[in-house]
Design a protein around this ligand. Structure first.
Ligand code: AMP
Length: 207
């Protein structure tokens, strides 16, 4: 299964809930790249500049990373991709790898949120590195005793979010059409509380 949506659509929050229910690994290209940056691996060093600026990391780097990850044993019974694919070459590489392994993508879930809401969502977003929970300073405030340990992503500035939105409309929109043409895309309105969006996703997945 694949989760697609603009930056700040709520993919991370909803993916965490879905994988709990479906018992499959949550594979987030953004999380994997951030871990590589933190560890200072060659891939992380190469990706850091692109990420800080809100630009896409080159396809060959991301494709290699994800194909290696989905070949691991814990993904043998399914997986949830979050943030990948974001371009047509990525979608085609995934499709080819799945076909040659005898598997298929079941569902692609598109979480839609108007651009006007996304900058506020990103600028106020804070991640808890201990539990992985994603908060928002206004819409989903964190408990006071953990505020000190929360992390604000370097690319959650208004400038980088606008750049990410630009890449989303240029590169990811054709990817959405790719899955629409395959008949496996489901659209979900991502405006509302996390619980409201989860309820819509449950309905969409049943269809
Ligand atoms: P995310 O956590 O999905 O918002 O991703 C954060 C950043 O990581 C993006 O703005 C890109 O710089 C990079 N990134 C994550 N996934 C991809 C991908 N599939 N293709 C290219 N760059 C990616």
């Amino acid at each position: 299964m694949i989760l697609i949506g603009p930056p700040g659509a709520g993919k991370g929050t909803q993916a965490a809930r879905l994988v709990d229910k479906l018992h499959i690994p949550h594979i987030s290209s953004g999380d994997m790249l951030r871990a590589a940056v933190k560890e200072g691996t060659a891939m992380g060093v190469a990706a850091d500049g692109y990420m800080k600026a809100g630009k896409l990391v080159p396809d060959d780097v991301v494709i290699g990373m994800i194909l290696e990850r989905i070949a691991k044993p814990d993904a043998a019974n399914g997986f949830m991709l979050d943030g990948f694919p974001r371009t047509i070459p990525q979608a085609e590489a995934l499709q080819a790898a799945m076909t040659s392994a005898g598997y298929a993508i079941d569902r692609v879930l598109l979480i839609e949120v108007p651009d006007g809401l996304l900058v506020d969502r990103g600028v106020g977003r804070r991640n808890d590195p201990v539990t992985g929970t994603i908060y928002h300073l206004t819409f989903n405030p964190p408990p006071a005793d953990i505020v000190g340990r929360l992390v604000h992503r370097k690319d959650d500035t208004a400038e980088a979010i606008n750049e990410r939105l630009h890449y989303y409309s240029s590169w990811t929109a054709p990817t959405i059409r790719f899955y629409q043409d395959l008949g496996i895309l489901r659209r979900v309105d991502g405006v509302g509380t996390p619980d409201e969006v989860t309820a819509r996703i449950t309905t969409a997945l049943a269809s």
